[in-house]
Design a protein around this ligand. Sequence first.
Ligand code: RTP
Ligand code: MG
Length: 143
Amino acid sequence: MAIERTFSIIKPDAVAKNHIGAIYNRFETAGLKIVAAKMLHLTKEQAEGFYAEHSERGFFGALVAFMTSGPIMVQVLEGENAVLAHREILGATNPAQAAPGTIRADFAQSIDENAAHGSDSLASAEREIAYFFSAEELCPRTR
Ligand code: RTP
Ligand code: MG
């Protein structure tokens, strides 16, 4: 299996509720290693750029307002099939439809405030990692 890197955000709702550690525990229990991490409070421009693919959607304004409403944690996760493995432990976009035991089922309230983000493909992961991290900020894990 391929070792991949994927990009994760712990969103403002989960940071506000002190769920950072619990969500990091989910990553590590799933075998995903954190190879970069920092806390940020996004500007409107940063949030709009990150979610540019959704700019024509009706929920875009609410999404940007939510993502700029408080600090977030951004991190890069490394592991076997990391993109898919991470999406699986995240659960469905709408927490009401997320499988029991997933991050969104356990920590999210609604589709608008859904606790965490995960890259949906390797191409998205590369773009999103580069959006927030320089190459020097990534720490490959050899053990
Ligand atoms: P994310 O990018 O945040 O990991 O979420 P996702 O891939 O599961 O879902 P995506 O389609 O990329 O949507 C991005 C975020 O927009 C909000 N959303 N609201 N009201 C709606 O119908 C709707 N659809 C999407 C969600 O907060 C979602 O996480
Ligand atoms: Mg998405």
